[in-house]
Design a protein around this ligand. Structure first.
Ligand SMILES: Cc1ncc(C[n+]2csc(CCOP(=O)(O)OP(=O)(O)O)c2C)c(N)n1
Length: 371
């Protein structure tokens, strides 16, 4: 076959593959439409999203206060990432499997987690992480290992020929890990029912996104694995929801997995053990606040006459009430016994563990008698 001249590059090479990464956004930072309102975004849907976002923020503020007053352990704030959490929360169907990372409080709340259980987790009491839907996986603190678990769960669904799918999340820094690439690769090779959503909040602790990775987008990491990649405005819940809808359709049409990069910004510190002022400027953070997802959706609701000052006050009050009640339940918990760390590890207790358990109990006895 004779190649047409136009297909040959100046160097005499023949292009074999080209790719495009699409960007999705419905709402700009001023709360104005950038394209026609999508069908799913009914008045009720928009108000619901906003309420979940505010609830997440109020919860977050209280969690930080608990840590600062010595009543909870280190906590990773989700300030500024509320649209990310709620879009995933609404896109997940009951029977789907959610495999979270540690900044997904908003999604967990929508998944039916008791707020006090989330507080307890960050207070060092995982209590088996048994709260939430049975098929979901617990919070994952090791970076990127959850993506391998998610790919495994998706493989299981495929083998069982089930219709549900797996959604998993990861930070921008986590996409530099081997676990991430390996999981994407297997998702492409095996056509797994998997959606990986990257929370690109611009920093991996103090390492900015530009230093972390040389690629123009993180979404294009999908290409090497043969799966679909798309970038969305992660401060616009409609953009992420639209991408999740399309990803679900792709799975249903046997077109395989999707990687969604949601561009957000971490408005707070990495965790309560971090001081972000040491590595980023006030001006940069001020600029990012202009894109605040909560404010943006609030502006839209106000312009549609769906929200006003009175409604805001009422909902803030309602959120504070729910959060305060959860804090009370959390603080009233009986502390978990140290030996409980073994309680949820095995379906059947392996006798070989008896020695370790005895050693631990012995140590606890010795420590308590020395006080
Ligand atoms: C395997 C592993 N290595 C290192 C760490 C320490 N660590 C905790 S958070 C973090 C940065 C993660 O950044 P990113 O993936 O961008 O997520 P973000 O916290 O910004 O949402 C690191 C390196 C860890 N938790 N697990």
């Amino acid at each position: 076959m004779k190649l047409s001249q136009s297909r040959v590059t100046e160097q005499g090479h023949v292009p074999l593959a080209r790719f495009v990464i699409d960007w999705i956004q419905f709402l700009n930072e001023h709360g104005e439409w950038t394209q026609p309102r999508p069908d799913f975004a009914t008045d009720e849907w928009l108000r619901d999203m906003y309420k979940h976002m505010v609830m997440t923020r109020v919860f977050d503020q209280k969690a930080i206060a608990l840590q600062r007053t010595g009543q909870m352990g280190t906590y990773p704030s989700s300030l500024g990432q509320e649209a990310f959490a709620t879009a995933i929360g609404i896109a997940l169907q009951n029977e789907d499997v959610f495999v979270p990372y540690y900044r997904d409080h908003g999604t967990l709340l929508m998944r039916g987690y008791d707020m006090s259980d989330i507080l307890a987790y960050w207070g060092g009491d995982e209590r088996g992480s048994t709260t939430g839907p049975k098929q979901d996986l617990p919070l994952c603190v090791p970076i990127a290992t959850q993506i391998t678990h998610a790919a495994g769960a998706a493989a299981a669904l495929k083998i069982k020929a089930q219709d549900n799918l797996v959604i998993t999340t990861i930070g921008d820094g986590g996409t530099s890990k081997g676990d991430f690439f390996e999981s994407l690769n297997v998702a492409g090779a095996w056509q797994l029912p998997l959606i990986v959503v990257v929370n690109n909040n611009q920093y991996a602790i103090s390492v900015p996104r530009e230093i972390q990775c040389g690629a123009k987008t993180l979404a294009q990491k999908a290409i090497g694995a043969g799966i679909h990649g798309v970038q969305v405005d992660g401060n616009d819940p409609m953009a992420l929801y639209q991408a999740l809808l399309e990803a679900r359709q792709r799975i249903q049409q046997h077109k395989g997995a999707t990687l969604i990069e949601a561009v957000t910004y971490r408005l707070g510190d990495h965790t309560t053990a971090d001081d972000a002022t040491r590595y980023r400027s006030n001006d940069e953070v001020k600029e990012a606040w202009l894109k605040d997802p909560v404010k943006r959706l609030q502006s839209l609701l106000a312009s549609l006459n769906l929200w006003d000052e009175q409604r805001e006050q009422d909902w803030q009050k309602q959120c504070a009430k729910s959060v305060d009640a959860a804090v009370k339940r959390y603080l009233a918990r009986e502390p978990q016994q140290p030996a409980a760390m073994f309680d949820y590890l095995y379906e059947q207790w392996p006798e070989v563990m008896n020695e370790q358990l005895d050693l631990l109990i012995d140590k606890i006895d010795r420590m308590s008698s020395s006080h």
